[in-house]
Design a protein around this ligand. Structure first.
Ligand code: ZN
Length: 349
């Protein structure tokens, strides 16, 4: 295998469920993805971006059927992930159970800020656009790396080295030419959060570190802007919706402090399966559309485990002494511009 291929698939190879033998099996397992439109294209990006060749004859290769829209994208990407796991050496059949997708679409002309144009932000933006959102603000200071490509589906090979906000904008416009997209090649820190998120009707958080998640949470609570915070690692993901005014848990109620460095594994040390990031990003979009519609999906921590293909929603309660939403809330996350990066909270996005 070439060094480029090793780097490209590095986050898959280090997954203990995949390894070198699993990647070899994928590289020799043609898969056909049937369907037209964005949802089917999105699913193809995950399947073939992970190294599985394109197949054409359903009689000789597994296939995934994809229908239209956000619900179709969720089912297609989830089914693709389940299929990929079942194709591993010793792999057993896995079925994907979609979470309850909302029957809402974006009304008016909301502006959605995407913090992190990576493994979560890419599919979240696509999902929101499928739901009718037309105005986006992309925020990310990173550039595209070859190891991002199997799961960060707005970026292509020719984008390696480009700013993710530029590549992400171009990727969105390929599928949705009528979008209005602002780009900010900046890292969200305490000193610029109010400026970068000003005017947003919804914030989708898909970063790789706790300080950024804390800042988005603090901004949502302080400024009354709905948000969705998510994280993914290995074959697992989680997401939490934040509804201003609701007496439900915020992200800081669940995670009061950043873990100590080294306490939480990172994507580069533990790996990630692309479709897991895909379904979590699409679920962020679904929760975001509910928030934009004035519905309240907060108060549940959603978790996904690709091994069984299952979602669970755990009721989570607000904590009285929470620094972000308690009676005497005083969250330093917004004012501390000099805060360090802190440990990673999921995948390098
Ligand atoms: Zn709280």
């Amino acid at each position: 295998m070439s060094s480029d291929a090793v780097r490209r698939f590095s986050r898959q190879i280090i997954l203990k469920e995949v390894g070198a033998a699993g990647l070899k099996a994928w590289l020799s397992s043609p898969v056909a993805v049937h369907g037209d439109g964005v949802a089917a294209d999105l699913t193809r990006r995950y399947v073939h971006g992970a190294g599985l060749p394109r197949g054409s004859d359903p009689a000789v290769c597994p296939s995934v059927e994809v229908s239209d829209g956000l619900a179709g994208a969720m089912q297609g990407v989830g089914d693709a992930g389940a299929l990929m796991l079942s194709l591993l050496p010793g792999g057993a059949p896995v079925s994907f159970e979609s979470p309850p997708m909302p029957a809402v679409s974006a009304a008016g002309d909301p502006l959605v800020a995407i913090v992190g144009v990576g493994g979560l932000g890419c599919p979240a933006a696509v999902g929101l656009a499928l739901g009718g959102v037309r105005r986006f603000r992309l925020i990310d200071d990173d550039v595209v790396d070859i190891s991002n490509l199997p799961r960060q589906i707005l970026h292509r090979d020719g984008d390696v080295g480009r700013a993710k906000v530029d590549s992400g904008r171009d990727g969105l416009l390929r599928w949705f030419p009528d979008l209005a997209i602002e780009t900010h090649k900046e890292r969200l820190v305490g000193g610029n959060a109010a400026r970068l998120l000003d005017g947003a009707d919804l914030v989708i958080e898909g970063s790789d570190n706790f300080p950024t998640k804390f800042r988005v949470n603090a901004f949502s609570k302080a400024m009354g802007v709905p948000a969705v915070v998510s994280g993914v690692l290995r074959l697992d993901g989680q997401a939490l919706a934040l509804m201003p005014g609701a007496d439900t848990a915020c992200y800081r109620c669940l995670f009061p402090k950043s873990p100590a460095p080294g306490e939480v594994p990172t994507c580069s040390s533990a790996g990630i399966l692309g479709p897991v990031a895909g379904v979590l990003g699409l679920w962020e979009a679904a929760l975001g559309l509910q928030l934009l519609a004035g519905e309240d999906p907060s108060g549940k921590l959603w978790t996904f485990d690709a091994r069984g293909g299952r979602w669970m929603g755990f009721g989570v309660r607000r904590v009285d002494g929470c620094v972000a939403c308690g009676a005497e809330a005083d969250d330093p996350a917004l004012r501390d511009a000099a805060e360090g990066e802190g440990p990673m909270a999921g995948c390098k996005i």
